[in-house]
Design a protein. Structure first.
Length: 313
């Protein structure tokens, strides 16, 4: 059974340094943990890196800078002990460099990816998420890890609701830590609703979903606006999707296509099966989904005919 001392944690995300538009939840969560006495170290991408999963940009030279929490200034010189480390790389890059170089002499209890700006429920988000990718990278480095995401339901998130989400997230993390029953070679994907009161917690499985086009021509703005309006009328997470598109897919006159996911193919959360993460978030519950950092099918029931295939050789 783990002891009751404050935890030593490393945190990264895929939304980048604190920013009201793109990354509003990271600083309140870190401050919440610090107020509880946790030893928190932070290494973040220096810019928005959503939808990048567990990738590395192997031809890039990764640049280190520092984020001043008091002023919001980014510089190449560390000014305060609690400055955040920033890297010009992916979330997985941040975790790998942080554990092997920046904090190589630190003994962390846990690595946390997030809290993400928006939910990471269902397979379409979990397989694409840089937040989940950061946690998966930690698992491959033999660390315990949690991917944490804050699901929101309106364009405003009052301070009290964010603090409630931070409280719920911390309670879930401590519960998982105290139980000490980590998936072998795996992690937990935790989604917490940003609401004004504590909500029940459910152990869930991934909602199996698909998506359509992730990119849209710049000239197709009218169609995008009409689609967004239709989604907002029909889908309880449409507001979150629209805000995330604005934060993660800025337009540019220099490109032909821009990132603008058509998530209508996912269906609506109301249709998600009971016991899935999407079902839980539709009801504004907390979802905890165990997952394995491996794409292998365990004990496949079919041999796919390779025995007879080999007999023909």
């Amino acid at each position: 059974m783990p002891d009751k001392r404050p935890l030593r944690v490393l945190i990264s995300n895929d939304d980048g340094p604190p920013n009201p538009a793109d990354s509003p939840f990271i600083l309140p969560f870190i401050e919440h943990l610090e107020n509880l006495g946790w030893d928190v170290k932070v290494c973040l991408p220096n810019s928005q890196k959503s939808w990048i999963a567990k990738s590395f940009m192997i031809n890039d030279h990764i640049e280190l800078s520092y984020y001043n929490r008091k002023t919001g200034e980014v510089s190449f010189h560390k000014q305060n002990d609690n400055d955040f480390y920033l890297l010009s790389g992916t979330p997985a890059t941040c975790i790998n460099i942080a554990l092997n170089h920046i904090f190589k002499n630190q003994d962390f209890d846990l690595v946390i990816g997030g809290p993400n700006f928006g939910r990471n429920s269902a397979t379409v988000y979990a397989l694409s998420s840089g937040t989940v990718g950061a946690a998966m990278e930690a698992v491959l480095l033999k660390r315990k890890a949690i991917a944490l995401s804050f699901a929101f339901y309106s364009r405003k998130w009052p301070v009290n609701e964010v603090q409630t989400a931070c409280n719920m997230a911390t309670n879930v993390i401590l519960h998982l830590w105290d139980k000490g029953q980590w998936p072998e070679g795996g992690l937990f994907n935790v989604n917490v609703p940003v609401v004004d009161s504590h909500r029940p917690v459910y152990l869930t499985r991934f909602h199996k979903a698909a998506y359509g086009s992730l990119f849209r021509p710049l000239t197709d703005k009218k169609a995008e606006t009409e689609l967004s309006r239709k989604e907002e009328e029909e889908d309880d997470c449409a507001v979150e999707q629209e805000v995330r598109k604005e934060a993660e897919g800025h337009e540019s006159e220099r490109t032909v296509f821009h990132f603008s996911p058509d998530l209508s193919a996912m269906g609506h959360p109301v249709d998600a099966a009971e016991g899935t993460d999407a079902w839980a978030l539709h009801h504004k519950f907390v979802s905890v989904t165990p997952m394995i950092a491996c794409f292998e099918v365990e004990n496949p029931v079919r041999d796919y005919g390779f025995e007879s295939f080999n007999n023909k050789l």
